[in-house]
Write a protein that binds this ligand. Structure first.
Ligand SMILES: O=C(O)c1ccccc1NCC(=O)[C@H](O)[C@H](O)COP(=O)(O)O
Length: 264
């Protein structure tokens, strides 16, 4: 794929234009009312931890129509129905893509999914500006994703603080040892190790296995991407990794929640 090597750069550059347009349309001050009306958060990290404490896997089940690496994943795409199916299948939390241009996502997908069940939801997008954190809460999100590869140290720390002030958890995502070192300097409870290299799209579960020893016990490690089989789940759990973020395998299944129950 000719456009893969710079996909993260392209997404971030595009995101800056998108955020600037959103700010013009709906200034931060206007978001405050929606943030106030959003109601309490549902406790994303707590829900994951509770599943694991009970001996189960903590599954963050993803709702995404398409991705840059895989193209269209699901033609029959109804976020509310998928959310209900995931809740029935035993998910601890939901992840909903809100990026329109690269994932065919939409903020409405998050609102529909969250409205259809009682599960906490992470806004899965490329956060590069505090505006998006307020926007996330305004649309109901209980957690945001921060990607170490997209943000300087100061932003990782500041954005985590803003999310916490708004009552949200943060899933701080890394892909290598340097990013993990930077992430551990930030008081985010959830550390995501993405098995997918977001620049080349290579996926290897070895990324989690190589880095997991460096994650202290007071952080909750989430393995992300490339989990497709019961063997993948068993491999991770045998290494003490009990929290998972899974998208593609569920999205390609006719009944995503049944697929979740079967794999976990
Ligand atoms: O998946 C992509 O193509 C992608 C490209 C650029 C940035 C992020 C991308 N994916 C986000 C994710 O990492 C996954 O949605 C998530 O971890 C679930 O992975 P999977 O189970 O493999 O769908």
């Amino acid at each position: 794929m000719s456009d893969t090597p710079d996909i993260l750069k392209r997404i971030v550059a595009h995101k800056a234009e998108e955020v600037a347009a959103c700010k013009r349309q709906r200034p931060l001050a206007d978001l405050a009312d929606a943030v106030g009306a959003a109601g309490p958060t549902r406790g994303f990290a707590d829900a994951l931890a509770a599943h694991i404490r009970d001996g189960a896997a903590g599954v963050i089940a993803e709702i995404k129509r398409a991705s840059p690496s895989r193209g269209l994943l699901r033609a029959d795409f109804r976020p509310a129905d998928i959310a209900v199916s995931y809740a029935r299948g035993g998910a601890a939390c939901l992840s909903v893509l809100t990026d329109r241009d690269f994932f065919q996502g939409d903020p409405q997908h998050l609102m529909d999914a969250r409205g259809a069940c009682a599960l906490p939801v992470i806004r899965k997008d490329f956060v590069i500006d505090p505006y998006q954190i307020h926007e996330a809460r305004a649309m109901g999100a209980d957690c945001i994703l921060l990607i170490a590869a997209c943000l300087e140290d100061a932003a990782l720390s500041d954005f985590t603080g803003i999310a916490r002030e708004l009552g949200m958890d943060v899933l701080l995502e890394v892909h290598d040892g340097d990013e993990l070192t930077r992430a551990l300097a930030v008081p985010a409870r959830l550390i995501g190790i993405n098995n997918r290299n977001l620049r080349t799209f290579d996926v290897s579960l070895g990324i989690t296995l190589d880095l997991l020893a460096q994650v202290p016990a007071d952080r909750l490690l989430v393995t992300e991407s490339g989990i497709h089989t019961r063997d993948d789940v068993a491999l991770m759990r045998a290494h003490g990794v009990h929290a998972f973020l899974v998208g593609e395998s569920f999205m390609r299944a006719e009944d995503p929640g049944a697929k979740l129950a079967e794999m976990f």
